[in-house]
Ligand binder design. Sequence first.
Ligand code: FMN
Length: 209
Amino acid sequence: MNNTQRNGPAVVGLVVGSSRPGRRGPAVAGWVAEVADRHPAVRSGEAAVELIDLAEQRLPLLDEPVPARFGEYRHDHTRRWSALVAACDAYVFVTPEYNHSVPAVLKNGIDYLDAEWRSKPAGVLSYGVTGGGRAAGHLRTILTEVGMTVVPEHVELGLFTDFDWSGEDRSDPTAAGRIAPGEGRAAMLTAMLTDLLDAARVVAPVAGR
Ligand SMILES: Cc1cc2nc3c(=O)[nH]c(=O)nc-3n(C[C@H](O)[C@H](O)[C@H](O)COP(=O)(O)O)c2cc1C
C-alpha cells in the first residue's frame, strides 16, 4: 500500500483457507472482518478488507503447465484467481490445522501464483483443536518462499478455548460451536493488522506499487 501513489484504500485480502462443507472457516473469517472493521485504518477509509474464499474459486489441483514464476497462465480459472489476488496489497491468511499442516486447498491456491504474492505483507491466523500452531508454522515457511513478508504478530484460536459449545452436543462430529474468542484475542488481531498495514506502507513503494 502506498496512498501517496495510488487512490483508494489499501486492500487487505482475507483468505479463507478451507473448503469442506460445514467448515468453521467463514465464521472465523467473519470475526476477523468484524475486528478489522473496528481498526482505525479501516474506520478512516485508509484500508479495506476483501474476502477471498478459496471454496468459491473451485480451483482444480494445479493444472498449469508452466510454473507460476513465469506468469504464463493458460487457464481462465488461473487468470480469475490471479486478478483477485493481485488486487490486494496485503493478506490475512485464515488457516485451520489439518494433520499438522495447512489444508491442501490453501497450499494449492498459493502454488497457482507467484508475482501476485511477491513482496507483499501477510499475517497468519490459525485455528484447530489446540490453535493450529503447526499449520501456522508451515504456512509462514510457504509464504516466505513465495517472497511475502510475514509479520511476527499472529493469532491462534483453539476449538475448546475460543468457541462456545453451549446448547450443542460435542460428541456430534457435525457440531461446529460458535466462535467466541477468548480474552485478548481481538487485541492480538488488531496488533497483527497494525503490523500488516505498517509493513504494506514500507513495502509498497519499494515494490513500485
Ligand atoms: C482432515 C482434518 C485434519 C485435522 N487435523 C488436525 C490437526 O492435526 N490438529 C488440530 O489441532 N486439529 C485438526 N483438525 C481439526 C480442525 O483444525 C478443525 O476441525 C477446524 O475447524 C477445521 O477447519 P474448517 O472447519 O474450516 O475445515 C483436523 C480436521 C480435519 C478435517
